[in-house]
Design a protein around this ligand. Structure first.
Ligand code: HEC
Length: 289
């Protein structure tokens, strides 16, 4: 759903499960680490509307909190910026424990890899047909691939970028500007790696016109449990998502979107199969411990 903080937000709140696998964070990739992403909602005026001054005073002012902070970070809470960054790192450490469980698709993949025909046959036939579309004529796996079913980058698949009449969500275009301007990006002093090795991606980001209206390719694990869909939550069900890809507006897309996408024109039976496949990416236990 679109989040609600101090105001109703423009974007659909993403799941935190498997967030640790992301390369970029937020729908627009404005953060390059889970810890810097975790600071944003705290200080965003529309979300929690706190400030680094407030957070710094809170941690320094509470004896037990200050003591635990010292135990974890090795020194007493000092300046506000450092405390804020460390709060972000603590929040990230927790979120990294949120990992999705095994899915029917994982069972099928392992059965096929191990040559276990009996186990493979337990995966529904509709999902098997949907998988063929996903990796075949649907072209889905061009962007949604790997363990978390995403290339980790950004695309424009023709979802409108008007957030409200007269107000546009520029997506990745704005995200890159924010990323490069942020003191909490991995190129900055708060990166724990002295060699700044994880910052390679950030160092090579350049702002281009095509980034306008691009959003992060979401991972698809647990997707049956995370409706509504897309950055603005405008599609209510997986069936609506499949319909979107089936009936894409080619004129809009080829003006400024992904050239690889074309309307799939799936039959109702094919659409059912693709939905069955997407549902099979969802674990009975959304988080495994
Ligand atoms: C060119 C890259 C690309 C291709 C190809 C592609 N997708 Fe996507 N997909 C995206 C992007 C980018 C988004 C997010 C768009 C947005 O929010 O504006 C997305 C969103 C989704 C979502 C919503 C997930 C969520 O949590 O909101 C689903 C489901 C999905 N795609 C399934 C598919 C299927 C099925 C196919 C094949 C028919 C497919 N995708 C093909 C890039 C792609």
């Amino acid at each position: 759903m679109r989040g609600e903080g101090f105001v109703q937000l423009d974007r659909n709140t993403p799941s935190l499960v498997n967030a640790r696998l992301n390369r970029w964070f937020g729908w627009d990739g404005a953060a390059d680490s889970l810890w810097s992403q975790s600071i944003r909602p705290i200080v965003d005026k529309r979300e929690m509307a706190a400030s680094t001054t407030h957070v710094g005073a809170l941690v320094r002012g509470d004896e037990r909190l200050a003591e635990r902070y010292r135990a974890v970070f090795g020194s007493a809470p000092a300046d506000n910026d450092t405390v804020m960054v460390n709060v972000g790192k603590a929040l990230a450490a927790y979120q990294e424990t949120l990992v999705s469980g095994r899915t029917p698709f994982d069972g099928f993949r392992d059965a096929v890899a191990g040559g276990d025909r009996g186990a493979a046959d337990r995966y529904p036939a509709a999902a098997q047909r949907g998988l063929k579309i996903f990796v075949g004529k649907g072209n889905c796996s061009v962007c949604h691939f790997g363990p978390n079913f995403t290339n980790g980058e950004f695309g424009d698949i023709g979802i409108p970028f008007f957030a409200a009449p007269g107000r546009v969500d520029p997506g990745r275009y704005e995200g890159i500007r924010k990323l490069l301007a942020s003191r909490a990006n991995l190129l900055g002093a708060y990166n724990d790696d002295p060699a700044r090795a994880p910052a390679t991606g950030t160092r090579h980001v350049t702002l281009e016109h095509r980034n306008w209206g691009e959003f992060r390719v979401p991972g698809l694990r647990n997707v049956a449990g995370t409706a509504p869909y897309m950055h603005n939550g405008q599609l209510a069900t997986l069936r609506d998502v499949v319909r979107h890809y089936s009936e894409l507006n080619e004129e809009r897309l080829h003006a400024d979107g992904e050239k690889i996408l074309k309307p799939l024109r799936l039959s109702p039976a094919e659409a059912d199969d693709l939905v069955a496949f997407l549902e099979s990416l969802t674990a009975a236990d959304p988080v495994s411990y």
